[in-house]
Design a protein around this ligand. Structure first.
Ligand SMILES: Cc1cc2nc3c(=O)[nH]c(=O)nc-3n(C[C@H](O)[C@H](O)[C@H](O)COP(=O)(O)OP(=O)(O)OC[C@H]3O[C@@H](n4cnc5c(N)ncnc54)[C@H](O)[C@@H]3O)c2cc1C
Length: 510
């Protein structure tokens, strides 16, 4: 069996490579590890396995980041929320993983984001004391994880003028400054997944989108090409189920209790040039907040809810009316001019893949991840969160290696930069617009080298060029216009923008 230890191979994913690799797999359908699910967990697991020198296949039945991994708040958390519920271990793990992402693996995709809690009259002194104590504990977590204050500054109190500079639409009457802390923010969650999958491909993994795993067992699965209907029977040393909220459809011994989280999308102008996460405590709660986040394409995302979501899992979950009211009512308490439904440009909702427990509320279920072994031998990795994907992947592949006794190297992902990773002086030297560096890192030079005629926006007022769409197809595995609009970029979050950019995306597939 071939052992592969490359990490600098070709990272470009595209239709030609997919066809070639499917053919090769048909000729030799025996691999070390099959990973099912192309979200952040599966892409991370495929990278971990391939970087250990294992012959690895990742299959995703739709597109990379088709599931929960594109509906997150796009925050790389230090784990403060978990401290509030006494989960010190998971909080520390989050802070460590945040540091790894920001310093080594994806510094181009994660930026420091100030978090501002405006001190308005409705915040009671006891609430203020708790928030301040939480921020101090957040600093301690950052220190314990070895993340320097030069990257994520210390929490502090800011004057009213500074609070208004960060969040210009905050109510002035009674504003007594703000509490400010720092966390990490992804340029986009789907772009992290694409970068992971491409890095896995460069390390030798076979990454196949629009390929579904059916009839899955501990050492085999049937792979169905959803574009042609063709199938092939794959044998694997270990099978890792990383299908998130669909985990119980692959392995029926898994019991989940999904919880829905909703965000609303606004034009940045509705928040007057917000440059921080405007964070407003939910009345009556000491650990829940609603926050408005500056987002790509000139937008602001407002989240977040936590609702039990029983029943069949939809491909695209939808926000409920009561979630929309809750988000607007909570943020409006902090704004000078209330926002209305008329200001909303779009919305999105995702389902958290939480394990079933005896807790009353989904908000109380631990976000800790779990590696589960089913009677058939399938290894399922579930729970957790985007921030800790790397640790989840490491635990899953450790379990795979141990189960079948495959000869493999140690986990290498702590120090393995993702495709495009660039920071510090090397980043400063790139003569490339910052917007493109945030999206593509050092690989932006390839996007920029495209024909000058393709540097025009894909539609008026949209900050994405035809060259970026073309790169999505040649290097990032986009196989349809939807992949370009809804995952390689997030144009699709606003229906009007999506309609305007659709012809440019369709033209590239003519
Ligand atoms: C609203 C919300 C906000 C969040 N915000 C944050 C945040 O700010 N920071 C953070 O760290 N975490 C956050 N999280 C958590 C984080 O988003 C999830 O934990 C993570 O994205 C789950 O990723 P996953 O890869 O496990 O699942 P998914 O992303 O759902 O991936 C599973 C994939 O498996 C595929 N699949 C299913 N069945 C098959 C099959 N039979 N064959 C092939 N493929 C299959 C699906 O198509 C899907 O793409 C948030 C979650 C939600 C819901």
């Amino acid at each position: 069996m071939t052992r592969n230890t490359r990490t600098t191979g070709d990272s470009a994913l595209n239709a030609a490579r997919r066809a070639r690799e499917l053919r090769a797999l048909g000729d030799d359908p025996q691999v070390d590890v099959l990973v099912i699910g192309g979200g952040v967990t599966g892409a991370g697991a495929a990278l971990d396995a391939a970087a250990r020198g294992l012959r690895t296949v990742l299959v995703e039945r739709h597109d990379l980041a088709f599931g929960t991994s594109r509906w997150s708040s796009k925050l790389v958390h230090g784990g403060l929320r978990y401290l509030a519920s006494g989960q010190v271990g998971i909080a520390h793990e989050s802070a460590v993983e945040r540091g790894i992402l920001m310093r080594r693996t994806a510094p181009h995709l994660v930026r420091p984001l100030p978090q501002l809690v405006p001190l308005l009259p409705q915040i009671r002194p006891s609430q203020r004391t708790l928030i301040r104590a939480g921020f101090v504990a957040g600093d301690a977590l950052r220190r314990s994880a070895g993340t320097p204050p030069a990257l994520l500054p210390r929490a502090r109190r800011v004057a009213a003028a500074e609070a208004l500079r960060l969040a210009p639409t905050v109510r002035r009457a009674g504003l007594r400054g703000g509490l400010q802390a720092w966390d990490g923010q992804l340029v986009d969650d789907a772009r992290l997944v694409v970068a992971l999958a491409r890095t896995a491909a460069a390390a030798g993994a076979t990454v196949l989108t629009r390929v579904e795993a059916i009839a899955v067992q501990g050492n085999s699965a049937t792979l169905r090409d959803t574009l042609t209907g063709a199938t092939l029977d794959l044998r694997a040393g270990a099978v890792v189920n990383a299908t998130g909220v669909w985990a119980d459809t692959v392995d029926e011994s898994i019991e989940l209790r999904p919880s829905r989280g909703t965000h609303l999308v606004f034009d940045a102008a509705a928040f007057g040039g917000l440059t921080a996460s405007l964070t407003v405590p939910v009345p009556g709660s000491i650990s829940r907040f609603v926050f408005a986040l500056p987002a790509p394409h000139g937008r602001v995302y407002l989240g977040l809810t936590d609702e039990d979501a029983p029943g069949p899992i939809p491909d695209e979950p939808k926000p409920s009316e009561s979630e929309i009211d809750f988000l607007l009512d909570t943020i409006n308490q902090a704004l000078r001019e209330p926002l209305t439904r008329g200001d909303i440009r779009g919305s999105f909702a995702g389902l958290r893949p939480l394990l079933k427990t005896a807790e009353d509320s989904t908000a109380d279920i631990s976000r800790k991840h779990a590696v589960l072994h089913s009677p058939s031998g399938i290894i399922t990795i579930v729970g957790g969160k985007l921030t800790t994907y790397r640790r989840m992947a490491e635990d899953a592949i450790d379990a795979a290696v141990a189960r079948v006794g495959i000869a493999a190297g140690p986990c290498r992902t702590r120090r393995l930069p993702l495709v495009g990773a660039v920071s510090g002086a090397a980043r400063d030297r790139l003569a490339i617009p910052p917007l493109l560096i945030e999206r593509y890192g050092s690989a932006a030079s390839v996007v920029l080298s495209a024909d000058p005629s393709s540097r025009e926006p894909v539609a008026p007022g949209i900050d994405v060029t035809a060259a970026e769409f073309a790169y999505g197809i040649s290097h990032e595995g986009a196989l349809t216009p939807e992949d370009l609009l809804d995952r390689r970029t997030r144009i699709g979050l606003v229906a009007e923008d999506r309609a305007a950019a659709l012809p440019a995306a369709e033209k590239l597939f003519d």
